[in-house]
Write a new protein. Structure first.
Length: 416
């Protein structure tokens, strides 16, 4: 079988920046002069005073139909990488080769004319992607429909919120069918409904042979869209593997800054956009040590800003190696989350878990869309669960046999 030609090839890509504006302007002038009068000069890979590597020695390839997540802390170099891929900035070393048309959703406001309406700016954005007005005209109704902006499409974009700009930009890029789509945190400013629409669209686009490079801090967006993940640390590749492995690597290596307590507290404030959070998940059994075959009760405590109808919740039990052992969800029509703090519980009668170490994750979802409203164990550490070996071999064997039959689960909700 013939080998696929990658749509994106990145080799030893490096980009340096200067911390001081005046020095950087001076270096710029010297570089222009050196280009005009060639002679001995420092190699581009050497750092001058006040310079640092924003991105260093990055190599990867992406084939048609593949999707890659770029994961990393603030300042790790993710946006720099996307700008290099899109040709907005030039590398200091290495190269990027892109095949086909590139659709980029980065620096969304850039290139929009603030006094023109959303409708007129559709043509502006399409032009930035290299698509002529005549080609856009037949797609206009579908693009406007996808934005969901209604009458606001006739309003000047200077009055748009960041979410509205993101809707406009995504709708245009989505309908022009680029070969590679570069997406930088666009979904973070859209509401849940629009995020779901974008995720669905990206999944369809991948299935149709498109390729995506997605920068996101949202684990379930990454897991929904991306097959592969690249973790950047201080401009260098720290990990490359499947998207799930990359997320696990990233969260396992994330260091909380000493002053992060206040920012965590702020992040934990409930807002209309994030009206519920999972406070804790604990597992109990009749005895202190959890034995194979014991009845287990999972207690999930949540806090909600107001009553939330149309929800459900689910738990996931994995081995430490990441294999799913038990997962189940509770999504009855009548179920709703109550305002304030409450505990949901779920009893696993005669648990089929054999002796060993496990990890628990939980999620509260919107029932119809399965859009996660709150997660525990993805962005933060999963809850560890240890099942001790039973005293007798016979009980261990009984537990192993039970793994083959379905486990009985009883669900419940109580106020705290
Ligand atoms: N034009 C510039 N001049 C100087 N430094 C820059 C410039 N652009 C980016 N940097 C620096 O390069 C580093 C990487 O920035 P980049 O924006 O790529 O990070 P990021 O991973 O996208 O971060 P975030 O998650 O906050 O968006 C940072 O230290 C940033 O300050």
């Amino acid at each position: 079988m013939a080998e696929q030609t990658p749509v994106v090839t990145v080799r030893n890509l490096s980009k340096k920046y200067c911390r001081q504006l005046r020095t950087s302007l001076w270096y710029g002038l010297r570089d222009i002069a050196a280009d005009l009068w060639p002679g001995p000069r420092k190699p581009a890979t050497a750092l001058r005073r006040h310079e640092f590597w924003s991105l260093q020695d990055i190599s990867f390839e992406l084939n048609r139909g593949e999707s890659l997540a770029i994961i990393g802390d603030n300042g790790a170099g993710k946006s720099t990488l996307l700008k290099l891929l899109n040709g907005l900035i030039k590398p200091d070393a290495g190269f990027v080769r892109m095949r086909g048309r590139v659709g980029a959703l980065i620096e969304l406001g850039v290139g929009l004319d603030p006094v023109l309406s959303g409708r007129e700016n559709i043509f502006v954005r399409a032009a930035l992607l290299g698509v002529a007005r005549a080609q856009v005209l037949p797609l206009l109704p579908a693009i406007i429909e996808f934005t969901g902006l209604g009458e606001a499409i006739e309003m000047p974009v200077q009055f748009y919120s960041s979410g509205m700009v993101s809707r406009l930009a995504f709708a245009v890029a989505a309908h022009l069918h680029p070969d590679v789509l570069l997406v930088d945190e666009v979904l973070a400013v859209g509401d849940f409904d629009f995020q779901r629409k974008c995720i669905n669209h990206m999944m369809g686009y991948l299935a149709g042979g498109g390729s995506i490079i997605l920068v996101s801090h949202v684990p379930h967006h990454i897991q929904a869209v991306c097959q592969r993940g690249l973790v950047l640390e201080k401009g260098a590749v720290a990990f490359s593997g499947s998207a799930t492995e990359a997320l696990d690597y990233y969260f396992a290596h994330q260091q909380l800054a000493p002053d992060s307590a206040s920012s965590q507290a702020a992040a934990r404030e409930l807002t209309p956009l994030q009206p519920v959070r999972i406070e804790q998940l604990i597992v109990t059994s009749a005895s202190e040590q959890i034995a194979p075959g014991a009845d287990l009760t999972l207690h999930l405590t949540y806090r909600a800003l107001h009553e939330l109808e149309g929800c459900g919740w689910a738990f996931f039990i994995y081995t430490n190696e990441g294999a799913v052992c038990i997962t189940s969800g509770y999504f009855p029509e009548s179920f709703s989350l109550q305002a304030g703090a409450h505990t949901l519980s779920c009893c696993l009668r005669r648990s089929p878990l054999t002796a060993g170490e496990y990890q628990l994750r939980a999620a509260i979802y919107q029932r119809d869309t399965l859009q996660p409203l709150a997660l525990l164990g993805w962005e933060d550490a999963p809850v560890p669960l240890r099942v001790e070996a039973a005293a007798s071999l016979e009980k261990n064997v009984q537990a192993m046999v039970r793994q083959l039959i379905s486990v009985e689960i009883v669900w419940n909700q109580q106020p705290l």
